[in-house]
Design a protein around this ligand. Structure first.
Ligand SMILES: [Zn+2]
Length: 112
């Protein structure tokens, strides 16, 4: 099972067919559950959409864990995830050049 670390917490990353909310009321693209801890992504999403959804959930994780006193709404989280993905996509070469952890063992862990 892939683990996705956000600050000090390792979230299990799970792809779920036809992901729904915990009450099974509505379909979701993704969600983060802090008490399990898990990030779930709908398995049917196209790759680019899944990447943005993953970032959306990661941002929820960062906001909740590092800034619990600040409420960030869904729309702002979406816009920030979209902006991060755009910056990463359009500047990959430069970001790769400055990426400082290429040989970090944490990036080659077999449990990731
Ligand atoms: Zn959200």
């Amino acid at each position: 099972m892939d683990k996705f670390r956000i600050l000090s917490i390792d979230f299990e990353l799970e792809e779920v067919d036809r992901l729904r909310d915990t009450e099974n009321v509505k379909s979701l693209n993704g969600h983060i559950v802090f008490d399990e801890p898990k990030i779930r992504i709908d398995a049917g999403l196209e790759k680019q959409n899944a990447y943005e959804v993953l970032w959306h959930e990661v941002l929820h994780g960062i906001f909740t864990l590092s800034m619990p006193d600040i409420e960030v709404d869904e729309n702002s989280t979406d816009r920030l995830a979209h902006a991060i993905c755009q910056v990463m996509r359009d500047n990959k070469k430069i970001l790769d050049k400055y990426y400082p952890w290429k040989n970090d063992k944490a990036n080659s862990r077999t449990d990731q």
